[in-house]
Design a protein around this ligand. Sequence first.
Ligand code: AMP
Ligand code: ZN
Length: 510
Amino acid sequence: MELKLYNTLTRAKEVFQPLEAGKAGIYTCGPTVYAEAHIGNLRSYVFPDILKKTLRRLGYGVTHVINVTDVGHLTSDEDTGEDKIEQAARESKRTAWEIAAEYTEHFFADLERLNIEMPDFTPRAAGEIPKELVERIKSLYPRYASLPGHIPEQIAIIEKLEAGGFIYTIADGVYFDTAKLPDYGKLALLDVEGLREGSRVEMGDKRHKTDFALWKFTPEGARRQMEWDSPWGRGFPGWHVECSAMSMKYLGQTFDIHTGGTDHIPVHHTNEIAQSEAAYGQPFVRYWLHGQYLVLGEDERMGKSEGNMVTLSKLMEEGFDPLAFRYLTLNTHYRQYLNFTFMALESATEALKGLRKSLMDSEVGKPTPEWPEPKIPKSGVCKEFFKELCDDLNTPKALAVLWTTFRNKSISSKVKQELADFADRILSLNLFDYRASGLEFNIFDRTAGALYYSGDTDKEIVLLAQKRIEARNQKDYPTSDKLRDDLKKLGWEMKDTKDGYFLERHLKKP
Ligand code: AMP
Ligand code: ZN
């Protein structure tokens, strides 16, 4: 089976051809860690997770990098304004390092809650943590403290660009001269000439409107919390050069796939391409994948700066299963807008519960622990399901295959089990975790005793159920019916199955 991906660079769905047989490198622009990620940001990490798990199923050895932007992302894409992290530090009277460390850890926790597998590398852009803060950061935020910094790698790229004559220096920093690169703006299909003719007012001393900062200087007489020496002066790296340095370090100067949100197409990714290709004279990335926005109502993009953020922690405080949010994102194709409402999340919660319950009703109890990797399905429902994912990660259609299969009474439990096993290793919705949807159950086998326990069902309940089975076996139907009613009064539904019986209790939303 081939994997087709929509490549922003060519504006077409293309068959994925790896640079090196059997291997795939993916770089995903990471969060700017000055605040908690909102659920729009998090949407942009779900589809690379599906991509990675799909590639793996196809037999690829995947290397995935998500960076941490802990310095250099300014409040304006025009290379003006304050560094978002320094600004958050000033406003909260904390150190920039603590802010970055706290929200990095928060981001990792969000990934875990959403069953997004941790990437192989999570490099961060800033330099070493200052000596006086190291111990405190280590004890409070050990994961952040263990991440490597990348200032020398960024300086090395700027030096290469300097040698190639691509940079110039003005009062506030070192800039990339976009007029030196004939195909500048190819990703966004930018009307570069039109932009260059634009007003000079927004440009400051820059030579061209599209030129961008590679290194910004600390202003005369000022001190930043995060600043380093460089051959051009003391300061900090531009946001774009960070991603070029960290992606190429871990994946090579040309690599397979780069992902991010659509907002990055015209500036951030355009500039990553420009400086990387100018520095090394070869194509930077082969496939660019962009996830569309999560919005609130018509066109209102959720954004940290827009002040309309909903976070995963907030959803959890309100009693939602984080995986219901994952389900919600999977139910819309990653290249479509996702309009977030609480009603839609309620429906996703019910839908996920419905999927889990339909498995339970089909007596599909547990995932198969041993799973041969990789395994590409050759036929049947698994193939149908996988075919949708291989078509530019069409998760809504893949979910539809689950629904039609799990609900079809004429399809055997064995086939459903196979599909659930296969699908959940990619969709990661914990399909077998009935308790997460507030469903408690117990299935018994007449001969083998208890098969599955979802929880600690009261002994009293189990005894009543067993008594009822005995009565039924002895054809004492009045007693059997009475015991069934007794169980019902205690909140338990007892259903007979071909192998034994099945107890189900509906709990309140966890
Ligand atoms: P940031 O933390 O702002 O650097 O953004 C992290 C990721 O979230 C980037 O890939 C952005 O493109 C993406 N992003 C930002 N806002 C949204 C949104 N409303 N919906 C989907 N993705 C978004
Ligand atoms: Zn980036």
